[in-house]
Design a protein around this ligand. Sequence first.
Ligand code: FEO
Length: 171
Amino acid sequence: MLKKTMQDALNAQMNAEIYSAYLYVSMSAYFESLNLKGFASWMRVQAQEEMMHAMKFYDYILERGGRVMMAAIDAPPTDWDSPLAVFTNTYEHEQKVTALIHTLVDLAVKEKDHATSNFLQWFVGEQVEEESSADAIVQQMKLAGEAPHALFMLDKEYGQRIFQPPTSSKE
Ligand code: FEO
């Protein structure tokens, strides 16, 4: 059975993951408004991944006999100054999520909740990937600079990304 402190913290992280999905859908809509369909598609996939993260918390809370509690989701921004600003925001957002996950791990250790600590390790690894992929796009966009054809090439390349659903809730 989950302790109340841990349950509340896991529910809060589920909310943060749904906010991330909401943020990335908003970024996708921004790219659609610029007719950058590849980046819009990349952001849709990113949003799907975030919902998958949220549902991992949902399933885990239930598995431990806890109570899932949905809460209000903050409104995300809707406009950015440029495509580069969107991916800079993405990178910074993922750094914040990493800090949240690390704080959760600290809490699980403090509460001697080894099962939760083990569950969270997947997210520790996932955040390394999330930060690295956002940072790579920021760096490539900086190299592309003001050259429109370079931006369109990146748009095409990143449009190839597809969502890979987990084959089980443990993945
Ligand atoms: Fe679920 Fe991008 O962190």
